[in-house]
Design a protein around this ligand. Structure first.
Ligand code: ZN
Length: 191
């Protein structure tokens, strides 16, 4: 079988688009036509992916009803404000590194993730499904990762295994709901 060589440039924004579209479809049914879907894809690929995640950061760092921060990975209340860098490389490098951070609980999440790439950690080390991940984290991760790879001139490199698995996970859920062809057409994933 021919492997479809996706690159980071489109696969990062497309992962986020696919995750939110899948959620919308599951909540409301497949009520939007391909035109709407493609417009969203292009908007995310060309402009949104280059934006700074102010809004997503604010939402992710909101206090819960008990006035506590919650872990961005597992949702547990955090007593200590242990700060987690979603993009490890942003630490002490980006002037706005705080926008790519959130609270994370101790050993289970914060120390376990350590300096790993978020997707490598979630998918390969924790063996979790991307659909169980915090949507706000995916939102910040794809924009931060895109920014990092752009700085490193690596946007046109083939995607890493973790991103490939995440895309396959989204696709298998789309297929289970009968939307496989639709997603494949929009993203040219051939899965
Ligand atoms: Zn946690």
């Amino acid at each position: 079988m021919l492997v479809n060589q996706l690159t980071n440039r489109t696969a990062l924004p497309d992962l986020f688009t696919a995750v939110i579209v899948l959620r919308i479809f599951k909540e409301a049914g497949k009520t939007y036509g391909p035109g709407w879907f493609i417009k969203k894809r292009d908007l995310h690929r060309t402009s949104w992916i280059n934006t700074i995640p102010n809004g997503a950061h604010t939402k992710l760092n909101k206090l819960n009803k008990n006035g506590k921060k919650v872990c961005l990975h597992c949702g547990m209340e955090c007593d200590k404000n242990s700060i987690e860098h979603i993009i490890a490389e942003s630490k002490n490098t980006w002037p706005d590194e705080k926008l790519y951070c959130g609270a994370a609980c101790g050993p289970k999440c914060n120390s376990s993730k350590y300096n790993y790439d978020y997707l490598n950690w979630w998918i390969l080390r924790k063996m979790r499904n991307i659909r169980e991940a915090n949507e706000g984290v995916i939102n910040i991760y794809v924009r931060g990762k895109y920014r990092l790879l752009k700085e490193q001139n690596r946007l046109d490199e083939p995607i890493p295994q973790s991103l490939d698995i995440a895309i396959t996970q989204v696709m298998s859920e789309a297929k289970e709901n009968g939307w496989g062809d639709y997603f494949n057409k929009v993203f040219e994933w051939n899965r």
